[in-house]
Design a protein around this ligand. Sequence first.
Ligand code: SF4
Length: 208
Amino acid sequence: MSNLELLQGGELLPLVEDFYTIQGEGFHSGKPAYFIRLGGCDVGCKWCDAKYTWNPKLYPPTGIDTVIARAVECKAKSIVITGGEPLLYPLQPLTSRLKELGLKIFLETSGSHPFSGTFDWVCLSPKRKQPPLEEAFARAHELKVIIETEQDFEWAELNAAKVGNDCLLYLQPEWSRREQMMPLIVEYAKSNPQWNISIQSHKYMHIP
Ligand code: SF4
């Protein structure tokens, strides 16, 4: 294992930033939430809007108690753990302590690494370059597929075939292609109403 025994079993995490904002995407869109963003991702999406997170060495290991203390100071009832790819790290210590404090915990993940931790909501956003592990599909409450080209609808269906019956399905335009893709997404959802549309509303609100 190493990397300091994977940051001492999850007691330390490479913290990029933590902040109180509004969840902009998916089912919980519009909900105030405290975001904890972890560094490190090996998926490499070319349109990633968090490329600054990819190298975890840029982010010094931070004790989870430091982050938890800041999270409980604000009025948020929900915590979003995002990245980067948060599942690169053991998340049980962080999530169990946040749960003990009565907070709801949401995860944003590509599902490409093994699960750890306890979550109230898992948003699985599958990426072609490094598809989800099988276990991720059963854990997903929400499948959020990014649509960059027309071929991505097929990718969306391939992933939708693997999630549970109760998993909500979302199509979200890749931000730089939203003008071209949105009309196609609207028509696709109208023809296939098991799909919902997610937009990156935080970008319209000019918040992080
Ligand atoms: S999985 Fe997420 S964080 Fe990683 S490269 Fe893709 S969009 Fe960026």
